[in-house]
Design a protein around this ligand. Structure first.
Ligand code: ADP
Length: 630
């Protein structure tokens, strides 16, 4: 018989399984039972709309058998089964492996991460079995097939005998090694406890024939054959899904382990939300906020969504309509009686009930996050570290449509507090005479801290929010204000921090030096909109700011995007009237205009560098400095 080869990636995964040093090998059973349950789900689902299936709900089962003599474990289901092609495609290639980032160093330690993180499905059988035999008959087909593999060398498929539709998987358990005891998987009590631990909520009975002993009727205690063995078929799982249980019955641990199994995370979630509602929408939901952003979270590959159950039956694995984009990090499931089982995906999108549920869930999530922010600040900050970016994207997206829902969840670093603060906190601390919520932008907190533009604002005692992410200023612009307090960049036009006397003084000085500034503007040849005196500088000689809607930071961010349309902020070169440089400029304007021109160009380039922007012509810039040096 022909031996077929596994696809390259599957082979790699298999190799990893076979040589695994993963300590929780027991999960193979969870994976196989979960596949069996999915297969039964499919046939059950069919039976609801198709009378010809001819199986009633209570006939479905997953059956386990241990054969100690032959060292095999059998897992049998009467689900939908697989055709020959399906056996080949489903078991010969592993879809998931595409997302596994294999490195080529054969580092076995790595498998722990991968197995823990993804749950590797069917192939996990090879962690405990040296030979895996799958016999399957697809529902509606007459022929059954047997798929067999001892691992990386490939697999065979041939016809076999099997009466009922469904799948039977026989694991020939590995021999014990010095490090590993495989015999334990041939013990009833061991399998029972694995099932309790991982598969208790599986909706179909997992059954096993268990041997018991009892005293024969009328026998005396000391009779040699007083006891007899008998077999009883036991159901090993409670079949109650965790979300149907009472909250009082459940511990954090139960919620967390369910999360990790179901959503393939290896860290506990930050929080869970267990909702049971009746009323306009009747549903149970179990929602989780992960502790870390999944590796692909901020990419296009990430798919948001909640599992959707109609009265306990899984009808969709990732129902995107249940979550707004800005809460796309939430994992979990919703189970509702209000949904019809045979609703199609297209219909679901327009389902009124689903919309009501989605709205209600959104509210729940927001409430819980707000509560966390109030009562568990540290936890919230952890959340914000992972998903704050998403919240800010949410404010900015759809022309700010959702900004009101999100504005109280956002936080920025505060110059005064030296930690993340909410807008509410900022505004509550504002001074009586303070009109604006001040913010400064830059690559990092350290960098913003040393920005010339922040000097005077800080010196006068105003709190400044430090915006370090690309999205931040866009989000702030979208918010426009918070509690009627407008946001104001420390680099923008009028900061309104001067006393009337200071204002008057600047005005007079500006008037006096008008011609010099005009000259300097000319010297920069259209690069700036204006050269003027600054109100925001204390010790620094000059800085670059912008007038108008587009800030320097926004120019930087937008121009870094792959687009042909480059933007330009209306730049302003501001000079500190109290700095020696200013006196120097004045004397040059009187005596040496050529030199003033060079100085101006130099100052402009320097101020670009301070902003973290690049000088337009580095060679010219360098030559200019050399000129002045010699
Ligand atoms: P996953 O279950 O995550 O898709 P697996 O490697 O566990 O990945 O299984 C691959 C596929 O093989 C499944 O998606 C399913 O189509 C099929 N399969 C596995 N076990 C069974 C089974 N007992 N009955 C029917 N189909 C199965």
């Amino acid at each position: 018989m022909e031996t077929k080869q596994f696809k390259a990636e599957s082979k790699k995964l298999l190799e990893m399984m076979i040589n695994s040093i993963y300590t929780h090998k027991e999960i193979f059973l969870r994976e196989l039972i979960s596949n069996a349950s999915d297969a039964i789900d499919k046939l059950y689902f069919k039976s609801l709309t198709d009378d010809s299936v001819g199986i009633s709900k209570d006939e479905f089962e997953i059956f386990l058998n241990i054969d100690k003599e032959n060292r095999t474990i059998t897992i049998r289901d009467n689900g939908i089964g697989m055709t020959k092609d399906e056996l080949e495609n489903n078991l010969g290639t592993i879809a998931k492996s595409g997302s596994l980032d294999f490195k080529d160093n054969n580092d076995l330690k790595e498998d722990v991460d991968i197995i823990g993180q993804f749950g590797v499905g069917f192939y996990s059988a090879f962690m405990v079995a040296k030979l895996v035999t799958v016999r399957s008959k697809a529902y509606g087909c007459d022929t059954a097939y047997e798929w067999k593999s001892e691992g990386v060398d490939g697999y065979t498929i041939e016809e076999c005998e099997k009466s009922a539709a469904g799948t039977e998987i026989v694991l020939s358990v590995k021999d014990n090694t010095e490090e590993e005891n495989y015999d334990e998987y041939l013990e009833e009590y061991r399998l029972k406890s694995i099932i309790k631990k991982y598969s208790d909520y599986i909706r179909f009975p997992i059954r096993m024939d268990v041997e018991h002993e009892r005293k024969k009727e009328g026998a005396k205690e000391d009779d040699a054959d007083a006891y007899e063995k008998y077999i009883e078929r036991e159901t090993l799982n409670s079949m109650i899904p965790i979300w149907k249980k009472n909250k009082s019955e459940l511990k954090d641990e139960d919620y967390n382990s369910f999360y990790k199994e179901k959503f393939f995370d290896y860290t506990d979630p930050l929080a869970h939300i267990h909702v049971k509602t009746e009323g306009t929408a009747t549903y149970d939901a179990l929602l989780y906020i992960p502790a870390k952003a999944p590796y692909d979270y901020y990419t296009r590959e990430y798919e948001k969504g909640l599992q959707l159950y109609a009265n306990g039956v899984l009808i969709m694995d990732k129902c995107a309509d249940l979550l707004p984009d800005y809460f796309s990090f939430v994992k979990g499931l919703v189970d509702s009686e209000d949904l019809s089982l045979n609703i199609s995906r297209e219909m679901l999108q327009h389902d009124r009930q689903l919309k009501i549920i989605a709205k209600s869930i959104e509210k729940q999530i927001k409430n819980d996050l707000t509560k966390m922010l109030k009562n568990e600040r540290e936890k919230y900050e952890e959340f914000y570290k992972a998903f704050g970016l998403q919240i800010k994207f949410g404010i900015q997206a759809s022309y700010g449509m959702n900004k009101d829902a999100l504005k109280d969840l956002v936080m920025f670093y505060s110059s005064n507090e030296e930690k993340l603060v909410t807008l509410e906190e900022y505004v509550s601390r504002m001074r009586e005479d303070q009109k604006f919520i001040y913010y400064a932008t830059g690559e990092s907190i350290e960098r913003i801290r040393s920005l010339p533009q922040t000097e005077m604002v800080k010196d006068k005692g105003y709190e400044i929010l430090y915006l370090t992410e690309n999205i931040d200023e866009f989000a702030v612009k979208m918010l426009m204000n918070y509690n009627d307090k407008q946001f104001k960049s420390v680099s923008s036009g009028d900061l309104d921090i001067d006393t009337p006397e200071e204002k008057e003084e600047i005005k007079t000085k500006s008037e006096e030096n008008k011609q010099m500034f005009e000259f300097m503007k000319e010297a920069l040849d259209g690069k700036v909109k204006e050269v003027r005196l600054s109100q925001r500088l204390k010790t620094h000689p000059f800085c670059l700011t912008s007038d108008g809607e587009l800030s320097l930071e926004m120019e930087k961010v937008l121009n870094a995007m792959p687009s042909e349309n480059k933007v330009k902020a209306e730049k302003v070169l501001e000079i500190n009237p109290d700095h020696q440089i200013f006196t120097k400029l004045q004397s040059l304007f009187a005596d040496d205009k050529d030199m003033l021109k060079k100085y101006t160009q130099l100052m402009y380039s320097q101020s670009l560098l301070i902003e973290g922007m690049s000088v337009e012509n580095p060679v010219e810039f360098s030559n200019l400095i050399c000129d002045l040096m010699v």
